[in-house]
Design a protein around this ligand. Structure first.
Ligand code: FES
Length: 110
């Protein structure tokens, strides 16, 4: 896993989600959604619903879940597991670490 500086904590308000593109050392880009929950927890997931490839960064944050606004599936931000249909496949989640105001996300390094 390689840690990437993604944004400043001010970039994502509590209860909100924002899209970011991370460029890995090999040049591959990964689109992620960074979530800051109302209870001040931070999560990062792949920015693509497992059902219809819709951007989860356009979804709604509800507690520790994000709901895809395309067809309404919600995903647990801790596990990536879908909580209701039509999605049936988990989404990829990434570890987040805060250092002061900096938000770091770890991605697989290959
Ligand atoms: S595209 Fe997300 S639930 Fe269908």
């Amino acid at each position: 896993m390689t840690e990437h500086l993604v944004c400043d904590t001010a970039a994502v308000a509590p209860g909100d989600v924002a899209p970011f593109t991370v460029t890995k050392a090999d040049g591959e880009t990964v689109n992620i959604a960074v979530i800051h929950t109302e209870n001040d927890r931070w999560f990062a997931v792949i920015d693509r619903c497992s059902h219809g490839r819709f951007k989860l960064s356009e979804g709604d944050v509800d507690g520790n879940c994000i709901e895809c606004t395309r067809h309404g599936s919600a995903f647990d931000l801790e596990t990536g597991n879908p909580l209701n249909p039509p999605a049936s496949i988990p989404i990829q989640t990434f570890p987040v670490r805060l250092a002061g105001d900096a938000v770091y996300v770890s991605l697989a390094s290959n």
